[in-house]
Design a protein around this ligand. Structure first.
Ligand SMILES: C[S@@+](CC[C@H](N)C(=O)[O-])C[C@H]1O[C@@H](n2cnc3c(N)ncnc32)[C@H](O)[C@@H]1O
Length: 224
């Protein structure tokens, strides 16, 4: 379990809009790769140890149909593993090679290793062809990107999805107290950012499962 005395380590994103370091896990370790190299899996603040409950409920209710999924910023891979188990064809990508190694090990334990295409890749340089995904899962990747990268993110995700394809987006909410860590968003801000390429199907308040349980906004979007 996490040690509360070390909680400084458990803030996540640390770059302001000019890419200047603001402090937190990334600043402490220097890169996403180093975060995964230096911390044990159970010390990763976002490691929920299993799939996101909202993802499970949306897939199991049929709101997200089985298809071709990309899990971006897959981290320990729990969501990718869940999607593979439900019959999705899954690409799991992360900018950190050590995150992908961890996800591969978790998938092997879950006996779905061969069903997932793992890639070390920057979402901003996504190489998958346009229209190659029906579903994109983002649990905590968008909100760690600096503001100036949002437009590229939107373009890449918008292009890779088929028309009508869905994006499940989970970000810190503005209700999470200010401090270092991921960007906090209001619903209106997310609507403004994603409006050019997406309609919002649902938006609700929730939390990120894991040791800290920060307040979240959970949004299901459909590509226009
Ligand atoms: C807060 S963690 C969430 C990990 C995972 N989705 C989960 O819920 O456990 C954010 C992840 O995004 C990855 N990441 C950050 N920037 C990225 C980028 N530009 N492209 C791909 N992955 C990125 C990090 O390496 C990290 O694994």
């Amino acid at each position: 379990m996490m040690d509360a005395r070390r909680s400084k380590r458990y803030s996540v994103c640390m770059r302001d809009d000019r890419g200047k370091d603001k402090g937190g896990v990334l600043a402490e370790h220097g890169s996403w790769e180093a975060v995964y190299r230096d911390l044990k899996p159970e010390e990763l603040p976002w490691n929920a140890g299993g799939p996101d409950p909202e993802l499970v409920s949306l897939v199991d209710s049929g709101a997200i149909p089985v298809g071709r999924a990309i899990d971006i910023g897959a981290g320990p891979g729990h969501d990718a593993i869940f999607l593979a188990k439900r019959g999705f064809r899954v690409l799991a990508l992360d900018i950190a090679a050590s995150a992908i190694e961890l996800a591969k090990a978790n998938a092997k334990k879950a006996r779905v290793g061969v069903a997932i295409d793992f890639r070390v890749e920057d979402v901003l340089k996504l190489s998958s062809p346009p229209g190659s995904a029906t579903f994109v899962n983002d649990r905590g990747c968008f909100h760690v990107l600096p503001e100036h990268q949002r437009r590229d993110y939107l373009r890449r995700i918008g292009d890779v999805l088929v028309r009508g394809g869905q994006l499940l987006l989970r970000t810190f909410s503005e209700k999470e107290p200010p401090g270092p860590g991921p960007h906090r968003f209001t619903g209106e801000q997310l609507e403004r950012i994603f409006f050019p390429r997406f309609d919002f199907l649902r938006m609700k308040e929730g939390l990120f499962e894991g040791p800290r349980k920060p307040k979240a906004l959970v949004c299901l979007l459909r590509k226009k």
